[in-house]
Design a protein around this ligand. Structure first.
Ligand code: ZN
Length: 253
């Protein structure tokens, strides 16, 4: 059975009226119904209570190579750190050569916790939700938490399930939280930039093929939420563009 595609989001209709609010002033605006990035038709779920704890250490962008299964991405926490759940291998497609990177939010209730245990529980909640849709596994390949950690999601050897009709060769990265209702933390933005930059470099994905979910034609979604979208556009225009990763298909000699 083919794995179903993610459904589009349903938040767009309620997103007007809070434009122009600064990132720092964006927290805790309203209480929209919880809507998962890839789980639009689900009921709101009870999420772990926020826990205010210390900030995770900040690795430098593209840390030194530490030999492991991901080579230069050794800063990524193994899947075993958050779940014992196994994918349904009968319902997975092999990953095709990587051409795109796509950023998402989880789109559920606002999430302020920075500690590892709360992040792990949130990721497991997403996985269980996606499995509940008869998907093979969590749809995203990587997850970025509010404390600045990057977690392994679906193994990159498998195609993801995160952009309807556009999952082939497309790496999915999900930032925990709902960025129509809150702002990403600085640590989360730095971690998102780090994993995107490393993936761009590793798979030679030019900035022109680094997108947010809403930027895909026909996506009909507000994902990754207004505040993260704004930060992502800046990040792409500045730091990610400066990486100089060239589209080898169109590069001139
Ligand atoms: Zn999305």
């Amino acid at each position: 059975m083919k794995e179903p595609e993610p459904k589009s989001h349903a938040l767009d209709a309620v997103l007007n009226g809070v434009r122009g609010i600064s990132r720092r002033g964006f927290l805790a605006l309203g209480t929209l119904a919880a809507v998962g990035c890839a789980t639009s038709n689900q009921r709101a779920r009870k999420l772990p209570d926020p826990v205010w704890e210390g900030v995770a250490p900040k690795p430098a962008v593209c840390p030194p190579v530490i030999p492991n299964k991901r080579g230069d991405m050794a800063f990524v926490l193994d899947r075993a750190a958050w779940t014992r759940g196994l994918p349904d291998r009968s319902n997975l497609n092999p990953m095709l050569p990587v051409r795109y990177i796509t950023l998402h939010h989880d789109g559920m209730s606002p999430f302020l916790a920075k500690d590892q245990a709360s992040a792990a529980a949130r990721i497991e909640l997403i996985r269980v939700s996606h499995r509940g849709h008869a998907w093979a596994d969590i749809g995203y390949h990587f997850v970025v938490d509010r404390g600045g950690r990057v977690w392994e999601g679906r193994d990159l050897k498998w195609q993801g399930a995160h952009v309807k009709d556009h999952n082939e060769g497309n790496i999915g990265i999900c930032c925990l939280g709902n960025f129509d209702e809150q702002s990403p933390s600085d640590e989360q933005l730095e971690a998102a930039e780090r994993i995107v930059a490393c993936l761009m470099d590793k798979y030679r994905v030019p900035v022109s093929r680094v997108r947010s979910h809403q930027e895909w034609q026909g996506a009909r979604t507000a994902c990754p939420g207004r505040s993260l979208q704004r930060e992502f556009v800046q990040m792409r225009r500045n730091e990610l563009s400066r990486l100089g990763v060239v589209d080898e298909g169109t590069a001139r000699a």
